[in-house]
Design a protein around this ligand. Structure first.
Ligand code: MLT
Length: 208
């Protein structure tokens, strides 16, 4: 049932544009990333759920024990719920497999979803992501495109942690592009430009 997640859905108008699964950061909601999604891929269908975990009233996609310390059992459980939601939403809205666009906590659940349920996502843009699972399962992500954008002065995501996630995904076969920008945790214009160009490149490859 798609009712399992409060969500927004905006139908696509551009034939062939991959749907985007928009995953907000801590304290965000299903409305937050709709403008970003429209900027990144004009005319793409947008599916935007609200995280079901509340931390002091702030929605998230999984529980954490402290900043940067995750309840990994909850990560697994919530990734399964989200994967199920995506499958049901694809049926209900007649969608191809989506590309996740996740920011911060949303990027971390997207990374978990990639590793735990290969095939649910057609790819991912991970904005300020960190390792969600210290012992990821052996996943086959052969050829799955992933763009990771990190911030060199990000106070939440240590550079080595982001590099480790990029390596976990590459080791599983994903086609990872990892760029570190001269910014902190917040998104910047460079994120928008790089993600938009990367998505456009995927679209061109798919159409060729
Ligand atoms: C998290 O998942 O906790 C993020 O890395 C940080 C945040 O959402 O604030």
């Amino acid at each position: 049932m798609t009712e399992s997640f409060i969500h927004r859905f905006q139908p696509g108008s551009a034939a062939g544009a991959a749907p985007l699964l928009l995953l907000h950061g801590t304290g965000g909601d299903e409305n937050d990333l709709l403008p970003l999604g429209a900027m990144l891929s004009s005319g793409a269908a947008l599916l935007s759920p609200r995280g079901r975990v509340l931390e002091h009233g702030m929605p998230r996609f999984f529980r954490r024990l402290a900043e940067g310390v995750f309840d990994e059992d909850d990560v697994r459980r919530r990734a399964a719920e989200l994967g199920d939601f995506v499958t049901k939403a694809r049926q209900r809205y007649e969608l191809a497999a989506p590309i996740a666009v996740g920011f911060s906590n949303g990027a971390n659940i997207a990374a978990a979803l990639l590793l735990l349920q290969p095939g649910v996502l057609a790819g991912a843009v991970l904005l300020r992501a960190m390792v969600p699972l210290s012992q990821p399962p052996a996943a086959d992500l052969t050829g799955t495109p992933v763009l990771m954008l990190s911030g060199v002065t990000d106070p939440i995501v240590p550079a080595a942690n982001a590099t480790r996630l990029a390596a976990q995904l590459s080791d599983a076969g994903a086609d990872v592009t990892h760029r570190t920008l001269p910014v902190g945790h917040q998104l910047s214009q460079a994120d928008v430009t790089l993600a938009r160009d990367w998505l456009a490149g995927l679209g061109q490859r798919a159409a060729a």
